[in-house]
Design a protein around this ligand. Structure first.
Ligand SMILES: [Zn+2]
Length: 225
């Protein structure tokens, strides 16, 4: 190989390394194999399917959040454990309760994949704010996560009249979908982008849509039920 060609190959490799986004790897731990939920996991889901779905859901969520660069996440672990908690994501560990999983009625794979859209989103969404003490911020974090499940069409609960815009989960997810449809496209992308730059501020709604959040919520409530 000539020196020039070697140099150009080297430059190509450097370039690829620069462009390369850290690939996220996935693993599963079934810590409750002898419980009802653990047995259903083995019989109806299995490691291969679970890891494949986590990868698929990750691609979907990252695309849906995608105006900002992908947050680098090295590894996500799906952990089935013997607790009564349903599911949560802590430091890229998705903990799922064996009792919760064991008691799911209907299509277990459908329900668990729906849950993945929410929990995987927590690893990749921007989260500059005080989750414990700021109810507005917390509602937005949980609303965006369930918004993923909603736009993927994975069985989110119905719109419920009333409540607060920051109640999170399906209440906030449906509200954000309405903003997308009636106010400005890619609202959640734009919101997530701002949340990567600055601590949570209700004025993000105004800067993105031109209307403050209380006005948007009133319009949504009047428009949508
Ligand atoms: Zn959540």
């Amino acid at each position: 190989m000539g020196a020039l060609r070697a140099l150009s190959v080297l430059l190509l490799l450097v370039n690829m390394a620069t462009l390369h986004v850290t690939a996220t790897t996935f693993s599963v731990q079934n810590l409750a194999p002898n419980t009802g939920g653990g047995k259903r996991y083995t019989a109806e889901m299995g490691d291969d399917w679970t890891i494949q779905m986590l990868q698929e859901v990750k691609t979907f969520d990252v695309n849906a959040l995608s105006l900002s660069p992908e947050k680098p996440v090295d590894h996500i672990t799906f952990i089935l454990e013997d607790t009564d908690i349903a599911a949560y994501n802590s430091n890229n560990e998705i903990h799922v309760g064996a009792n919760f999983l064991g008691n799911i009625t209907g299509d277990l794979r459908f329900e668990i994949k729906g849950l993945m859209f929410h929990e995987v989103c927590h690893s990749f969404q921007n989260n500059k704010g005080d989750y414990s003490n700021d109810a507005h911020f917390r509602g937005v974090i949980e609303g965006i996560a369930t918004y993923m499940e909603l736009i993927a069409d994975y069985g989110v609960g119905p719109k419920v009249k009333g409540g607060n815009w920051y109640d999170g989960y399906h209440t906030t997810a449906h509200f954000f979908a309405w903003i997308d449809q009636t106010q400005i496209s890619a609202f959640v992308n734009r919101l997530n982008q701002r949340m990567g730059l600055l601590d949570w501020n209700d004025n993000f709604f105004t800067s993105i849509t031109g209307k403050d959040v209380d006005t948007l919520w009133s319009l949504y409530q009047a428009d949508s039920f």
